[in-house]
Design a protein around this ligand. Sequence first.
Ligand code: ADP
Length: 230
Amino acid sequence: MIDFKNLHKKFGKLVVLNGLDLNIKEGGIFAILGPNGSGKTTLIKCLLGMVIPNEGTITYKNKSVLRKWDYRNDLNYLPQIANFPPNLTVLELIEMVKNLRPKQSNEQDLIKLFGLTDSLHKKLGNLSGGTKQKVNIVLTFMFDSNLIILDEPTNGLDPIALIHLKELILKEKAKGKTILITTHIMSFVDEMADEIVFILDGKIYFKGSVDALKTQTKNDNLEHAIANLI
Ligand code: ADP
């Protein structure tokens, strides 16, 4: 479904992606792990056309995403940092997003699920980080789409919200959707990811099951670095 080939990205002298190759098949939960600063968000932003790679190609269903953005209606994206307009209320933002994307939406169920009913008339600038993240999740899951990209979705969430988020992700998987999750917390994807990739030094260091990653890391010098994530 998605194919990254020989992707290179530098910011000044900092080499973030260094000839990365990765293929993601359709359907299932695909986790992108790696230490902070390893390039997970940069990879996602390249896929979304928000960062332009210095070299390499990215295709979505065999079409280049660097030139064609017509697949954008087919995806829901949860950004790592949600830059919400601080003076809008939660409800005003949800209504605005609904108007921008006139598709059927199920925000009411999600608002209840994440306990946001009492926050609907609060200004976004006054919300806690965790509540903002819940709004971010509602905006991401309220529309149906084939590809769901979640960049560090657990940020600031309480344990109950984490359980609800996991359930939402599993429901989408059961519908045959493709879900890409970047995280530095392995326990979040441990039980649900169909496939894991681990980014290190700008390349894919590992691709396979969670168990295989744990076995492999025991066998080399990176055990310590990766132990922090498990
Ligand atoms: P991760 O998501 O794995 O934590 P990122 O992709 O966010 O990592 O960042 C990788 C590295 O690139 C970091 O060192 C980060 O500071 C740097 N970086 C990311 N975006 C920019 C940018 N726009 N300008 C300069 N440096 C950046």
